[in-house]
Every structure is written in C-alpha cells, then in structure tokens.
Design a protein around this ligand. Structure first.
Ligand SMILES: Cc1ncc(COP(=O)(O)O)c(C=O)c1O
Length: 407
C-alpha cells in the first residue's frame, strides 16, 4: 500500500484546497525535481562542455538527467533523445526518417492517438508517402492487433500508435503490435505520454523502435523524451549541424541542444519514485514503485467507474473495467442532453478541477460524433489523488448531474 501522507508531502503544489484531477493534462512536479531545478540555476548555470569547474558540474548534472530519463524508459542514455516536447520530437523524427523512404512507401497511423503521433506523419503525404489509418473497434474504442495485421504490407515503413489513449485510458497490447510490425519489416513509434505516469516502462520488452513521453505528466518538468533503438538511430541521417558525426548519439537528433536546467532536474523523478514503499530504507526499484502506483490507481478509479456506469444520463467512452492491467485512471464521459463544456465549471464551483474537450485526440472525438457536443468530460487521476478526493468528485457529480430521470 502506498503511504499517501508521504506521497502528498512530496508535492508542494498539492497543498491547495483544489482537488486536482486534470493530471493527464499535466501532473504537478515533485519536490525533488523542484530542488534540482533550483540547484542547477543557483549553483552552476553555465555552458556545458568546458574545462572550468562549474561547467564540469553543469555537464555532469545534465548527463545525470539523461541517465534518469533512460532509467525511466529502460534504455541506455545514448538512446534517449531529449526535446522541448513530445510533439517537437515526433516532428523531428519524421524529418529525420523521410529521406530514407521512397514515394509510395506507407505509414500507418491511428484514429485514437493524440495528434502528436498523427500529424507529423500525415504531413509526409505531401511528399508522396501513403498514409493508412488503423481504427479503433467501435464498441471498446481500443486498438486491436488483428486490425493492424490487415493494414501491414511490404511498403509499410512505420506504424505510429499509442500505448494508452489519453481519452479512453485503455492500454494497447504494444508487444503484439510491435511483433507484427517487425515481422512486416516496419518500424514502430509509440506514444507513451498517457502511459508513463502510471506504469513501469521497458522499451526492450515492448520491442519498440521509437517510444516517447512528456515528463511534465510524470511529476517532472516540461521536457519530452524519446527512446530510439540504437541500430535504427545509427542508420538514420542527422538533423543537427553538418559537422555533428553520424555516430554521435543522441546529439545528431538534438538540434540546438537541450534545456539544461530542466534536464538536470530529471533525476528528481526517479529519486521520488524510489521513496515509494521504501519507508526510509533502501530506495524502491522502479518496478516496485509502479506496482504500488498501479494498485493505488485501480482502487481510486473503481468507485468513479462504478458511479458513472450506473448513472443513466452518463455514457462512458470505452470500457468500465477498473483493472490496472487494462487501463490507467483516465476516464472520459458524456452526459445526455448537455454539452461537455457545461460540466467542468460546475465542478470548479465545488473545488474539483477537471476539463472538457477533444484533448488533441481530435480524430477520435470527431469519429465518435462528439465535436458538436464539445467533446468529452475527462477526469484523470494519478496515484497522489486520494479516496477522499474521489468521494468528493462523485458527490459533486451526483449534485451536478441531478437525479436519475423517471422512466
Ligand atoms: C497522449 C499524448 N500524446 C502526446 C501529447 C503531447 O505532448 P507534448 O505536450 O509534450 O507535445 C500529449 C499531451 O497532452 C498527450 O496527452
């Protein structure tokens, strides 16, 4: 069991009367990250790579940030490309990969992904790349590997899909999908932005070629990180200055370098996770920390799903199972007779912070016919939310949604 008093004491921003349940938008940062950010800016805010002492310290701090990101992803530091955001990184990747492809080659994208892992690939259509769309099953809003198998062909160069939907919260069977793609000779680029705050990541076990996350949703700062498999990175052309060597990983994919102070703060994330379940002893492994997180999240989301699926005016988007194997605690729904935009302000009045919209998974919301209803209401929990907060949300929803209609 997670010690929630300990957990919450690690997040200064949780010292607020607000119930923060917009965490899929962005989690609040842990104090270990804040301390390192402050430490870098006060102790050695100088350029990296020189021989003088403060520069050596600054270089070491940034290197330790990259190592922490690598640990989070289960990768080596040279395989971790750091960028301003996930969106920037995917666009950079598309630019880097395109010269290796020919007109008529194919890329598969989905209709459930956040636009980050769609738009960058769709833009390649203008240069002769053919786009195919892998669509979710209408009953579950989930991606099924069998549907991918039908789209793969000998011209498929890459499959871009999400590990977890930022609307539905359900987890894709990434391993099955990467096995299919690899057998067809295609690369994979997987969006882990909605997954990484909740579960242990292991890029090797998943068999992905590219895999990215946004660390401002993983208790850290606004930094995007992308794993690239070493062999693929070496084969792919540089997007950095001409004099940066083709073997310089990951620098050849980091034009302009990285944001020093933010990267230097990243070991704060792994340090924080190491405190979960450690009770003052040896730091926990990331496996252990995420096991505790998964159990806490399943217990948190269950009463919310129960309330929503029992309410006659509510339609859940996707599955109602609270199982941590199947989902993360991101839950979206619509309310009969009301636009999604009507609900969050009523919850604001009750101190509960959620939001509405398409959440940049525009194509899914459009395909579900929900654009004209202002999308969905999304509640996104993380492990630092408490059972009492969920009870407050459910109570607020019961007030806002009103009694069940008499039939
Ligand atoms: C699932 C998902 N993918 C990608 C992104 C984009 O991340 P970034 O803001 O780092 O570009 C988001 C941001 O909300 C997201 O939720």
């Amino acid at each position: 069991m997670l010690d929630l008093d300990h957990v919450r004491s690690q997040f200064p921003a949780l010292d607020t009367p607000w119930v923060l349940m917009d965490n899929a938008g962005g989690s609040v940062p842990c104090k270990q990250v804040i301390d390192r950010l402050h430490g870098f800016l006060t102790q050695h805010p100088v350029q990296l790579g020189a021989s003088y002492g403060p520069s050596v310290d600054a270089s070491a701090a940034v290197a330790s940030g990259r190592s922490a990101a690598a640990e989070l992803l289960g990768a080596t530091p040279e395989e971790v490309i750091v960028g301003a955001s996930s969106t920037a990184l995917v666009n950079q990747l598309a630019v880097a990969l395109r010269p290796g492809w020919s007109e008529g080659d194919e890329v598969i994208v989905t209709n459930v992904d956040h636009e980050t892992n769609v738009g960058a690939w769709r833009r390649l259509e203008a240069s002769g790349i053919i786009l195919r769309e892998w669509r979710v099953r209408p009953d579950t809003c989930e991606l099924h590997p069998d549907d991918l198998a039908e789209l793969l062909g000998e011209r498929t160069r890459l499959v871009a899909f999400t590990h977890c939907s930022n609307i539905v919260g359900s987890i894709t069977d990434v391993r099955a999908c990467t096995a299919l793609a690899r057998a067809a000779g295609a690369l994979t680029c997987v969006d882990a932005v909605a997954y990484a705050p909740h579960r242990r990541v292991d890029v090797r076990a998943l068999g992905v070629d590219f895999y990215f996350a946004s660390l401002y949703k993983v208790y850290g700062p606004h930094v995007g990180v992308m794993f690239g498999r070493r062999e693929v990175l070496l084969e792919t052309g540089s997007i950095n200055h001409f004099f940066v060597g083709e073997g310089e990983l990951p620098r050849k994919f980091e034009p302009g370098g990285v944001n020093y102070e933010l990267v230097a703060s990243l070991p704060g994330i792994t340090e924080y996770l190491g405190t979960l379940g450690a009770e003052g002893g040896e730091p926990s492994t990331l496996e252990r920390a995420f096991e505790l997180i998964a159990a806490q999240e399943e217990a948190l989301v269950a009463p919310l799903l129960e309330f929503l699926s029992a309410h006659p005016l509510v339609a859940l988007v996707g599955d109602a199972s609270p199982s941590s194997e199947r989902r993360v605690p991101t839950v979206s729904f619509t309310v009969e007779g009301r636009a999604a935009s009507e609900i969050p302000p009523l919850l604001d009045e009750r101190g509960v912070a959620v939001r509405f919209g398409h959440f940049y998974a525009y194509r899914l919301i459009r395909d579900l016919g929900l654009l004209e209803r202002d999308g969905v209401v999304r509640v996104s929990l993380v492990h630092y939310n408490t059972p009492a907060e969920v009870a407050r949300l459910v109570e607020a929803l019961a007030e806002v949604l009103g009694p069940a209609p008499v039939v």
